[in-house]
Ligand binder design. Structure first.
Ligand SMILES: *Cc1c(COP(=O)(O)O)cnc(C)c1O
Length: 360
């Protein structure tokens, strides 16, 4: 069977070259006679894999020594609790921006741990636009300002980094990390579940400015304490070794593609192709303010919902998989992360044009 184009939002398609390399190294990693999966995380071999992955990530994203890079577990969702436990302090408050379903989940979880102010919400626009920054009700004494640069489900993405002044800026970059160049020095903490642009699910990459370490509340579980994880090079317990290794292969693949600059140029082109087609074809629609359309997740509807099932069936038959929209939104969604080749977007646009012509 040949590889299909998989538009799943996550776990998402991985670069074919990475999967090939993992297959070649599966039984015997570079003459060790062991699979990476079978190695001690304390072995020289695995430590080398882990350190290389971190170095490559730092190089790709341009992350300075002022930051610790942590490879944690529990996905992005566990960070919704880990962040307030580490950064809120006793009786502290934090500011959150609500731009969609992932923001809401982060807000709901943080509320269990302290005083959370929703300083701006995209709700008034039906989550189709980013609320104007001049109206954000931020406070200068917040422990941090949290936002979601790309809402994976709604397809709403910031095209700027908010200025939080001296308040640490915290971002859930799960579905936009490494999709283009970004100035990470503007952030106090960023986190990304790996299964969109980085690797297998379960792994979560956390990049935290070192002055924010060591502030965890007393009751913080040891496994969630950033200081402990940093002090132990993300090996306080057994890390997700194979996922870490695969993430490392993805970073090497990205470097070979020309890094985030090259990825960003390809991603911009892919997104433009798809949105331009949707905008010029009466049969399809995308509800998001064009300025804030996601480069990675493109939701779209058909003129007649009764045709959704046929659309998906025809797509499947062509090897265009997982285009069904999130259950909370309906319609379709094409996730076009770094690993989705431009040819996949071309094949999708061609199919969409043919379907509209025949059935529209
Ligand atoms: C996928 C996603 C999550 C959840 O990630 P898990 O690893 O499943 O916890 C959180 N935030 C955003 C923006 C996402 O895209």
């Amino acid at each position: 069977m040949s590889r299909a184009y998989n538009f799943c939002a996550g776990p998402a398609t991985l670069p074919e070259a990475v999967l090939q390399q993992a297959r070649e190294e599966m039984l015997d990693w570079r003459g060790t006679g062991m699979s990476v999966m079978e190695m001690s995380h304390r072995s020289d071999e695995f430590v080398q894999i882990a350190e290389t992955a971190e170095r490559d990530l730092r190089e790709l994203a341009g992350i300075s020594d002022d930051y610790a890079v942590l490879f944690m577990q529990g996905g992005a969702s566990s960070q919704f609790a880990t962040i307030p436990l580490n950064l809120l302090g006793e009786g502290g408050s934090a500011d959150y921006v609500n731009t969609g379903i992932w923001s809401k989940k982060a807000i709901a979880e943080a509320k269990r741990y302290g005083n959370i102010n929703v300083v701006a919400s995209a709700e008034d626009s039906g989550f189709s636009s980013i609320p104007d920054v001049s109206a954000w009700q931020t406070s200068a004494d917040a422990s941090y300002l949290h936002y979601t640069p790309n809402e994976t489900i709604g397809g709403l993405e910031f095209d700027f980094i908010p200025d939080s002044g001296s308040v640490p800026l915290v971002a859930d970059m799960s579905s936009t990390m490494l999709s283009r160049p970004m100035d990470f020095s503007k952030f106090g903490l960023i986190y990304a579940g790996a299964q969109k642009n980085i690797g297998p699910s379960g792994l979560v990459v956390v990049i935290i400015r070192k002055d924010l370490l060591g502030k965890a509340r007393r009751e913080t579980p040891t496994m969630m304490n950033y200081q402990v994880i940093a002090d132990n090079d993300s090996m306080y317990n057994t890390p997700a070794t194979y996922s870490w290794y695969l993430a490392g292969l993805v970073f090497q693949w990205m470097k070979a593609q020309g890094g985030v600059e090259a990825m960003g140029a390809i991603n911009a082109r892919k997104a433009k192709k798809l949105y331009d087609f949707i905008d010029t074809n009466d049969f399809y629609a995308n509800p998001i303010d064009p300025r804030f359309r996601s480069w990675m997740n493109v939701p779209f509807t058909l003129a007649d919902d009764a045709l959704n099932a046929d659309f998906l069936k025809g797509a499947d038959a062509r090897g265009l998989l997982n285009l069904k929209g999130h259950r909370s939104v309906g319609g379709m969604r094409a996730s076009i992360y770094n690993a989705m080749p431009e040819a996949g977007v071309d094949a999708l646009v061609q199919y969409m044009a043919e379907f509209a012509k025949e059935r529209g």
